[in-house]
Design a protein around this ligand. Structure first.
Ligand SMILES: C[S@@+](CC[C@H](N)C(=O)[O-])C[C@H]1O[C@@H](n2cnc3c(N)ncnc32)[C@H](O)[C@@H]1O
Length: 232
């Protein structure tokens, strides 16, 4: 698993170009994936939510727009530069107000036990230095009956793998260099995607590392990404 300090400084280095790189490299699909995530969260009517590894805040903003003002949303990340981007967007954007962004490491969350109804983490779990510890922290802060929603890259359907891996290995690094000027960050991205567990294996990991009773997985875009929902 990746080294936490290296991950933090990598995101600090690309923070100002993170959003535009996301749009380009995913062909805009990231907006759709976050929308599906918000629908999954909304279906359980949570009142108090934290978005972990919030980065530049796009999931937190999408939750705010989708769930409305009655819901309390906080965004945590361990990279100050990424949070600066989120706060900057919040100060400029319509309807983005009222979200609290704070420094918070997923391996040691600054959140009280059993205090939240829902947690989201998008494209963050793959980057944790110790996934089992992160998952057990997530279980700790959720109320019984609360849900963890993980949006993350996954292993695509078998027939689609040759095309997808060709894109990841041969096209994405060049696009990334053009979009961010930092190819090494995206070499890391490719490696971390390829080595990430299949949906069933991740579901088992979530179940055993946290105190989660049921875990379901929804693949999106030929399985390139998946949303795992785990209930405590
Ligand atoms: C790929 S970005 C995802 C940002 C955002 N969730 C999104 O969907 O665009 C990954 C984020 O995870 C954060 N991160 C990685 N490890 C973390 C940890 N242990 N605790 C908190 N944040 C972490 C990074 O700083 C980075 O902002």
């Amino acid at each position: 698993m990746p080294d936490g300090n290296a991950v933090r400084s990598m995101f600090a280095g690309i923070s100002s170009r993170y959003d535009s790189a996301n749009r380009i490299l995913s062909g805009g699909s990231d907006i759709y994936w976050r929308r599906v995530l918000v629908r999954k969260v909304a279906a359980r009517n949570p009142a108090d939510i934290a978005d972990l590894a919030t980065g530049s805040g796009d999931v937190a903003f999408a939750l705010k727009r989708g769930l409305g003002d009655g819901v309390k949303i906080r965004g945590y990340d361990f990279c100050a530069e990424m949070l600066d981007e989120a706060r900057h967007k919040q100060s400029g954007g319509k309807g983005n107000g009222g979200i609290e962004f704070a420094i918070g490491d997923c391996l040691n969350l600054p959140i009280a036990d059993e205090s939240l109804d829902a947690l989201t983490i998008a494209f963050g779990l793959r980057n944790l230095e110790d996934r089992a510890r992160g998952l057990s922290e997530m279980a700790r802060v959720l109320r019984p009956g609360g849900a963890l929603h993980v949006l993350e890259f996954s292993q695509p359907y078998r027939w689609f793998r040759p095309v997808y891996y060709a894109y990841l290995r041969h096209i994405l690094p060049h696009l990334a260099r053009l979009a961010t000027g930092n190819r090494s960050a995206y070499d890391y991205l490719v490696g971390s995607i390829e080595s990430f567990p299949e949906r069933d294996a991740l579901a088992e990991e979530i179940k055993s590392a946290g105190k989660f009773s049921e875990v379901s997985a929804k693949p999106l875009t030929f399985g390139i990404v998946a949303i795992h929902t785990a209930v405590k």
